[in-house]
Design a protein around this ligand. Structure first.
Ligand SMILES: Cc1ncc(COP(=O)(O)O)c(C=O)c1O
Length: 481
């Protein structure tokens, strides 16, 4: 199939060029009715903001240009079937779990997964078994689950129905999963991979290998994170050799809008074509620009560019670490003053997401290096931080929740100061955001040291999701111990 083709985008453009007269939704009537001040930027895009009209197909029952576009996607990723998603990997993860697991199923889950996976587990009413990842002391981040952890969980939980992994991590780290996937299959366990940060991997060298190529059964990717696609645009793939029964398509229909955004879908079509038509020259050029940029960053004083201790690191990620005299949050703020916006900061690091470039294309890497020099200088004059490890790797390698989701639903909650909560069961999931990885999971019993770390994270200014009483330094717990 020709990856130059962009059937959905072409159909929308043809439609817009015909200057159609709208007596249908949406209310902006192809952009003819719109608040004036919005026209500068919205004007062009509204012409593509179509709906399920003749020739524009229907995402939920595709038979025309959307079907063609999804087939091109599937051909590029060598999948059995691929879907466009208009609500991010979030909806992909929900549909993937709900469409493959039943209530009461035992499901092995990488503990440092995105909150959308956690939400999916609860909605599906499965019995999660959490697999703790390796912790990288230098980076201060969680990495992948070790093979031996998966092996021991598969041996212990012989009734497990699924293994849910995240590959790569938000910071772009991952190890080859081929052996792990093979082992799960030998146990009759299907493998679901949240590859939100790896939609570009299928382009091959210089990128890491995609879990689809390693034999994963279901893979979700945020095209909008690393490919040139609009925010929320994502893909879900069914692996070429997947033989497990599932009803993912039905769940996508339940969970996604009945009026999906055509600009997002068209951008997915264009992003797939962008990826599918990258030449070796483009990839070599991207690699050399990024390597030169990283070299310049690593030569700066007062900052370190992290390298992976093991496994592979995504070329498109750069992790800058403070020399311990200032926090990642401070550096991020100082960069912002130079109009440089980064992906995330944590106590020690600032994460950059870099672009895939066509040969010869410019990108303001030099501006970033200069800004970084200034920002580091200013950051170092600010209040010092403790450079010690904040998130301690103390979770058991394999753990379960203290209550089922049904039991949690029937219990009363209350809010307790951190210092009084040890031994209680958490009634909220607390997620430092970004990167959106749960630190405390609803249903887990709270230990003193975990609560002490939580206090440190709060004091360091971490931004959280799902933390109801952060300001009062209180945590929601279930009433009975
Ligand atoms: C690992 C991981 N999975 C899933 C998601 C959700 O992706 P989306 O923003 O496309 O819904 C994110 C978002 O940051 C993520 O980091």
């Amino acid at each position: 199939m020709k990856q130059e083709h962009t059937p959905l985008y072409d159909a929308l453009k043809r439609f817009a060029d015909e200057k159609p007269v709208s007596f249908h939704v949406p209310g902006h009537k192809n952009g003819q009715v719109f608040l004036d001040k919005g026209n500068d930027y919205f004007g062009q895009i509204l012409k593509l903001d179509g709906t399920e009209l003749e020739g524009l197909d229907d995402l939920h029952e595709p038979e025309g240009v959307i079907k063609e576009a999804e087939e091109l996607l599937s051909a590029l990723y060598d999948s059995q079937q691929s879907f466009f998603l208009v609500n991010g990997s979030t909806v992909g993860n929900l549909a993937m779990v709900l469409g493959t697991c039943k209530a009461g199923d035992t499901v092995l889950v990488q503990r440092n997964c995105h909150k959308s996976i956690m939400n999916a587990l609860e909605l599906a009413r499965v019995k999660p078994v959490f697999l703790s990842p390796r912790y990288n002391d230098e980076w201060g981040t969680a990495e992948e689950v070790e093979f031996t952890t998966v092996q021991s969980a598969l041996d212990t939980y012989v009734d497990a129905k699924a293994l849910i992994l995240t590959y790569p991590t938000y910071y772009g780290i991952g190890e080859d999963l081929t052996e792990t996937i093979h082992l799960a299959h030998e146990h009759g366990v299907q493998v679901l991979v949240d590859e939100a940060h790896g939609a570009h991997f299928i382009a091959g060298e210089p990128f890491m290998k995609s879990s689809l190529a390693m034999g994963a059964d279901y893979v979700v990717q945020s095209a909008h994170k690393t490919l040139p696609a609009m925010t929320m645009g994502s893909y879900l793939h069914i692996g070429q050799n997947c033989r497990f029964p599932h009803n993912i398509k039905e769940y996508l229909q339940i969970l996604q809008s009945s009026s999906p955004s055509y600009p997002i879908m068209a951008s997915l079509d264009l992003a797939r074509s962008f990826l599918g038509t990258l030449t070796k020259e483009d990839l070599d050029y991207t690699k050399s620009c990024i390597e030169a940029f990283k070299k310049e960053l690593s030569a700066l004083e007062g900052i370190k560019l992290l390298q992976p201790a093991r496994g592979s690191a995504d070329l498109l990620k750069a992790v800058l670490q403070s020399d311990g005299t200032y926090s990642g949050f401070t550096l991020q703020e100082e960069l912002r003053k130079e109009h440089i916006y980064t992906e995330l900061a944590d106590i020690r690091n600032v994460l950059l997401v870099l672009p895939i470039l066509k040969a010869g294309q410019d990108y303001p890497f030099e501006q970033m290096v200069l800004a970084c020099k200034k920002a580091v200088r200013r950051s170092k004059t600010q209040e010092s931080i403790q450079s010690g490890k904040v998130i301690v790797d103390e979770d058991a390698k394999v753990s379960t929740l203290a209550l089922t989701y049904d039991e949690m639903a029937s219990r009363k909650e209350r809010s307790l100061p951190f210092a009084e909560s040890a031994g209680f069961i958490a009634a909220e999931t607390i997620i430092p955001y970004p990167p959106g990885i749960p630190f405390i999971i609803k249903g887990e019993r709270l230990s003193e040291s975990k609560l002490k770390q939580l206090q440190e994270l709060v004091e360091a200014g971490t931004h959280f999701h799902g933390f109801k009483d952060e300001a009062q330094k209180k945590i929601a717990v279930y009433d009975k111990i």
